[in-house]
Design a protein around this ligand. Structure first.
Ligand code: SF4
Length: 342
């Protein structure tokens, strides 16, 4: 049996659900019983912290009750997040929960990580001779943040379809798998009427904060860029980045080079990326400045449509009539400009 102290760190585990069930704690009680008021307060705190600090926050634990409240605050936060019903917020919350789990996971021993990876159906093997870990390449590609150099396949050792990883890597891959899982769950769950009623003030307050934040960032002028005129490929990459989805390196590269060709400088491009829930300023700035030539000897040019198709970043289901006559995303954008002037 997994200890309550562990479950409060990893409330998403099956063992956590089992604990709640075995102790006959009903959802109605969690939502309304004065006994669980602290869990409800922490649930709201998780969401506030997720939005303000991109982390659900740490609390101090003096007793078993503290751990129980922490554990129960997780399903509460998730139910409220569904009712807030804003994609940007949901992505941000999923990112914050996964980051919080990762902070604990990096301190865990390998057998624990292997057990957690099984829950996420990650095909991970441990060599009996060397104890080294490896993960099936499909699971690696699905979860690795390949936009970073050290995660690119080219920089990894591969044996018979398995990629060698360290326990630290496994913790990071679980983080990403958790983030994807929470994103899917939040997208597919409906707002519970009771939750909507009990937390109506917090739901309204957080929703309004999110809208204010969006207005503030959207009001920032970004060079001469008119996002409505962007070709479908660039719109798709930009919205995926801003939703915190795992965009492959080539997608990020194409977007930065494209925007730079439209005379947006590194700071202006950084502003667009800063709307992502998992924005890391230092790393993103480095990547952008490398492509724009600010810190490298080459100013890269954006790929044409044929290359975009080869890299799988031309969304064939979204191309329009103009795309059919265009050979380069830049030409698409320029034609849209000219069409408006006429
Ligand atoms: S056809 Fe070209 S411009 Fe249109 S979406 Fe594909 S890559 Fe972009």
């Amino acid at each position: 049996m997994v200890e309550l102290t562990t479950l409060s760190k990893y409330p998403f585990l099956n063992a956590s659900k089992k604990y709640v069930k075995d102790n006959n704690i009903l959802i109605e009680e969690i939502l309304e019983d004065p006994l669980y008021e602290r869990a409800r307060l922490i649930g709201v705190e998780r969401l506030d912290n997720a939005f303000k600090k991109s982390e659900v926050g740490n609390r101090s634990f003096a007793s078993e009750t503290d751990h129980l409240m922490e554990l129960l605050s997780y399903p509460i936060a998730r139910m409220i997040a569904v009712c807030i019903d804003d994609n940007f917020f949901k992505r941000r919350y999923a990112h914050a929960e996964s980051l919080h789990a990762h902070k604990h996971l990096i301190n865990e021993k390998t057998p624990f990580l292997l057990n957690v990876s099984k829950e996420f159906k990650l095909n991970v093997k441990q060599s009996q001779d060397t104890n080294k870990l490896s993960i099936y390449f499909i699971d690696y590609l699905r979860n690795a943040p390949t936009r970073y150099k050290e995660w690119k396949m080219i920089n990894r050792e591969v044996n018979n379809g398995y990629i060698n990883i360290t326990p630290k890597d496994l913790a990071r891959l679980i983080q990403e798998a958790l983030r994807n899982r929470i994103n899917n769950e939040l997208d597919n769950k409906k707002c519970n009427k009771n939750v909507n009623k009990i937390f109506s003030n917090d739901i309204k307050r957080i929703y309004n904060t999110v809208i204010m934040h969006r207005k503030k960032t959207e009001a920032v002028p970004i060079g001469k860029l008119d996002t409505k005129k962007l070709p479908p490929c660039m719109k798709e990459i930009l919205s995926s980045i801003q939703a915190g989805e795992n965009v492959p390196h080539m997608g990020r590269f194409a977007l930065v080079a494209f925007l730079n060709s439209l005379k947006l400088n590194s700071n202006e491009i950084l502003k667009l990326f800063s709307r992502a829930p998992d924005f890391e300023e230092e790393r993103t700035r480095y990547q952008i400045e490398h492509i724009t030539g600010d810190i490298s000897s080459t100013k890269y040019t954006p790929p044409g449509c044929e290359k975009m198709r080869t890299y799988g970043i031309c969304p064939s289901e979204k191309i329009d009539d103009l795309c059919k006559k265009t050979r380069h995303p830049l030409s698409y954008y320029k034609v849209r400009w000219k069409q408006e002037k006429k």
